[in-house]
Design a protein around this ligand. Structure first.
Ligand SMILES: Nc1ncnc2c1ncn2[C@@H]1O[C@H](COP(=O)(O)OP(=O)(O)O)[C@@H](O)[C@H]1O
Ligand SMILES: [Mg+2]
Length: 367
């Protein structure tokens, strides 16, 4: 573990060997590297175009959070003339990659996953940090420690303390992937709180539940092509935002539009989408996907929900494990169960993300 430094020295990067490109995000390219002295494997996130806002937001949120359960830990940060770099422990696969595989998720696995993200959010919100980008590819697993982490604090921000000069400052609504964006942001609310992350987690919880079906393809619960379309999809499933029945004050939001579903428009309920979900699971999902952010459940209340204490209990291993596989995955099972691919507890975990541009080991870092 290295002390966190904030250097303006390209030589700082020379401490790391570049191994390969792992993935890229909206603002970054992420490489696998190795610390030359300690040999520790790391992920080196290069922030594109030297985007200072994203870099500063991520560094500042992660420093404020320090060592927090289920939140990725920042090992080091380096700024050069052209780019900014964040150094993290190297993790293995993100939830989007897991969802895209032909795996069938068990309820116990799903509970464990949602519970851990809730723990991460509880700590973030207690420290007044909003993540603002909860979605499957920002959740990662580490195979060796069998842990799950919330990553990517590039959109995070700290809430101003009550009574401080900035307490009433407006915040941007242009955050979060639209599929995971809550209705208040879609309608232009500029003074929001941690409840935006809970809505996103409710959507992610749904993505996981949909993968309990053997034939399911990974698809988000709401996938509007525009903000209005997104609101219409939410309304068709959860209900139309309305002053009197479900959301006092909604009509005051800057972009409020009364939504009326057409007579022949397909109306479904969460129960129709998830008929297999028991009453405690349905209750938690409904409380996360509550239209009015003031009535939406908080992370700490959600953690006390009976969903996590009723059978099947969340996986007891340190990390969720797959308990069942689809036919396609079964073909790979023998390979997965080979000794080198099996964890200490004997639990097969998803393999590391595929790479797009492998580079020879031990090259001097050159981005
Ligand atoms: N510590 C890590 N170890 C391995 N892969 C990582 C790590 N951090 C990020 N990645 C991969 O890189 C992708 C982009 O990283 P992320 O921090 O989300 O950047 P962005 O802000 O550009 O979205 C992630 O979705 C993940 O697949
Ligand atoms: Mg990301």
């Amino acid at each position: 573990m290295y002390s966190s430094s904030y250097s303006d020295d390209e030589e700082e990067l020379e401490q790391y060997e570049l191994i390969r490109k792992l993935d890229h995000g909206r603002f970054s390219v992420v490489y696998e590297g190795r610390h030359r002295t300690t040999q520790q494997l790391v992920a080196i996130k290069q922030i594109r175009y030297g985007s200072p806002a994203t870099f500063q937001r991520e560094v500042s949120a992660l420093r404020q959070l320090g060592k927090t359960p289920h939140v990725i830990q920042l090992l080091d940060s380096v700024s050069t003339t052209d780019y900014s770099y964040l150094i993290f422990e190297k993790l293995d696969s993100n939830l989007e990659q897991i969802l895209s595989k032909s795996t069938m998720l068990s309820l116990s696995w799903i509970k464990s996953c949602v519970q851990r993200i809730l723990m991460a959010l509880k700590h973030c919100h207690a420290k007044k940090i909003l993540h603002r980008d909860v979605k499957p590819n920002n959740i990662m697993f580490c195979q060796s420690t069998q842990e799950l982490y919330l990553i990517d604090f590039g959109q995070a921000r700290a809430l101003a303390e009550k009574g401080s000069a900035n307490a009433d400052a407006d915040m941007t609504t242009q955050v979060m992937n639209r599929n995971y964006r809550p209705p208040e942001l879609l309608m232009g609310e500029k003074r929001y709180n941690g409840s935006i992350d809970i809505w996103a987690l409710g959507c992610l919880f749904s993505d996981l539940l949909l993968k309990q079906d053997e034939n399911a393809t990974a698809a988000p619960l709401f996938s509007g092509k525009t903000d209005i379309d997104q609101l219409a999809q939410i309304s068709a499933l959860i209900g139309c935002p309305d002053e009197k029945t479900n959301w006092p004050g909604v009509a005051l939001l800057p972009n409020f539009i009364p939504i009326q579903l057409l007579e022949d428009q397909e109306r479904r309920s969460l129960q129709d989408v998830f008929p297999q979900l028991d009453s405690s699971g349905m209750d938690l999902l409904r409380q996360m996907l509550t239209l009015d952010p003031k009535q939406r459940i908080t992370a700490s209340k959600a953690l006390k929900h009976s969903f996590f204490t009723t059978e099947p209990l969340p996986c007891q291993e340190n990390a969720p494990s797959f308990s069942s596989f689809t036919r396609a995955a079964k073909k790979r099972k023998a390979q997965i169960h080979s000794p080198e691919n099996t964890t200490a507890t004997g639990t097969p975990l998803p393999s590391a993300p595929s790479t797009t541009s492998d580079k020879p080991k031990g090259r001097r870092i050159q981005f």
